[in-house]
Design a protein around this ligand. Structure first.
Ligand SMILES: [Zn+2]
Ligand SMILES: [Zn+2]
Length: 342
């Protein structure tokens, strides 16, 4: 990625100014460009969406990430300044069902300025990409094991809305950015949305999205080739974030906790995963940078495996100098080592 590096400081300064003085911005009719008349003010729910907005928007956008670097974004809470940013933004890019606080703020203040990336392509069911034993030679049974997916199919609209926070992780798997080709498609749609907000630069957005697509397809090819021939295909992961990655590259995900990293695994679940790890000869139990590795370490010790970081890229850790592409490439190397790929 060679485009857009220098303006970052300016974008950050703009975001800071917005946070301080955004409330004084005048009526939307008079000032469609918000606090910075030369840029489109974009608010992103969490890091991969920030990455996307910066890549596709380039110099033409000022992007604010609602999640703090190094903080786990699932359970993000918004301060009043951030709610103000949402109501001032010209475009809000978010993933419905991933961050309940953001969903709620957008319901109240988002208007038609919100772009829900969950609508671009149908999301996978929460269990999809999870671990099922469909191979004929594999006869140890765990039919009841739904890998964290237990959501009442029946929807009662009123209650459903009331309990949106608890069920937000329910039936659909939100971790869509871990399939680079899906992220590319979301980038194309984002270019369309930015082009609608800022028609003068529509061509620029389309070109940047195409350049990003080229990068992401290159990454996709590296994953396909890099994971083609491996001695194992099961990945034991701390939270069930890798459904899209697993589906795309024919891996089998065994999640210790559910879709949310804060879920506490039951002793029964721990026992099941330990057994699975043994049966499949897992040499590595994966944990992630933004949550405690304790549970992964417990299982690893139990089965005599190592632990390693497999990053779901929900946020960059505070000291990470990389970006989505570099962290994905690190993930690929980690997987190739752990699964003994040739
Ligand atoms: Zn997650
Ligand atoms: Zn198994």
């Amino acid at each position: 990625m060679t485009y857009r590096t220098a303006p970052r400081a300016l974008a950050t300064a703009t975001a800071a100014l917005l946070a301080l003085g955004g409330v004084t911005a005048c009526s939307t009719e008079d000032s469609p460009a918000g606090a910075d008349p030369n840029r489109i003010d974009v608010v992103a729910g969490f890091y991969p969406l920030q990455f996307l907005a910066e890549q596709v928007g380039g110099d033409a956008v000022a992007v604010t990430n609602l999640a703090r670097p190094g903080a786990e974004p699932h359970d993000l809470e918004l301060n009043p300044g951030q709610v103000g940013q949402i109501s001032e933004a010209e475009l809000i890019i978010f993933l419905h069902g991933f961050q309940p606080a953001v969903d709620e703020a957008i319901d109240q203040n988002g208007g038609d300025r919100a772009f829900d990336v969950a609508t671009v392509e149908p999301l996978l069911e929460a269990a999809a990409g999870g671990h099922t034993h469909s191979h004929g030679d594999d006869d140890h049974g765990h039919e009841d094991d739904d890998h964290g997916h237990d959501h009442d199919e029946e929807k009662k609209p009123a209650e459903e809305a009331k309990h949106a926070e608890e069920t937000s992780d329910g039936a659909k798997d939100p971790h869509v950015w871990l399939d680079p080709t899906r992220l590319a498609t979301i980038g194309d749609k984002l270019a369309e949305r930015l082009g609608a907000v800022d028609p003068d630069r529509a061509g620029e957005y389309t070109r940047r999205a195409a350049a990003l697509r080229t990068e992401l397809e290159k990454l996709d090819t590296e994953f396909s080739e890099g994971l083609k021939t491996c001695q194992r295909r099961e990945i034991v992961v701390s939270h069930t974030a890798f459904g899209y990655l697993a589906q795309k590259y024919q891996l089998e995900q065994i999640g210790i906790t559910g879709l949310s990293p804060e879920d506490e695994p039951s002793p029964q679940r721990l026992a099941e995963v330990t057994e699975e790890a043994r049966e499949h000869g897992a040499t590595t139990i994966f944990f992630e940078t933004l949550v405690s590795p304790k549970v992964a370490e417990t299982i690893a010790k139990e089965v005599g495996a190592q632990t390693a970081v497999l990053d779901p890229i929900e946020g960059l850790s505070a000291d990470n100098g990389g970006d989505y592409l570099s962290v994905m490439r690190t993930n690929l190397q980690t997987l190739r080592t752990a699964l003994s790929c040739s």
